[in-house]
Design a protein around this ligand. Structure first.
Ligand SMILES: [Zn+2]
Ligand SMILES: [Zn+2]
Length: 152
């Protein structure tokens, strides 16, 4: 995150608390998560304050708004471009900072010259894999049945 002074926002104690919460936060919290955490310190703070502050920060490119968790927007204080791993079970989001080859086949480029990319990878995190090993086997068996039933 950049220096607060460079944001160009009037920093009220409430806004500062939101910024402090987001600083170095790698959880990719939602507005509700931020509200829950910061309103402990500022019980009079409204959800609208959180929402409006996030919007102001997003407009100033001080946070990234991620639309990768269904309808729930999540916020990332690291605006350096990076990829994400998203757990489809617990909605945890992890960062990937390594560059790797993501070449689009020539035929699919439609004349574009690619300058950047950002990819969301969906899967199941280690914790959920441990907990859900049994449950997921049931799911895949169900899917197997549905596939067989489909074409008939
Ligand atoms: Zn998980
Ligand atoms: Zn991230």
């Amino acid at each position: 995150m950049r220096e607060y002074k460079s944001i160009g926002l009037k920093l009220t104690p409430q806004r500062l608390a939101i910024l402090e919460y987001l600083k170095d936060n790698r959880e990719h919290p939602s507005a509700a998560d931020i509200y829950a955490a910061v309103s402990e310190k500022f019980p009079t703070m409204s959800f609208a304050t959180v929402y409006n502050t996030l919007k102001a920060l997003k407009d100033r490119e001080h946070v990234l708004e991620l639309a990768i968790d269904g309808g729930k927007r999540r916020y990332d204080p690291d605006t350096v471009r990076h990829h994400h791993l998203i757990c489809t079970e617990c909605r945890k989001i992890e960062d990937i900072y390594v560059e790797f080859d993501l070449r689009v086949p020539e035929v699919e480029l439609k004349g574009f010259e690619i300058s950047a990319n950002q990819v969301d990878f969906y899967g199941v995190c280690p914790e959920c894999r441990k907990i859900g090993a049994k449950g997921r086997r049931v799911v895949s068996r169900r899917n197997g049945k549905a596939e067989k039933a489909g074409p008939m």
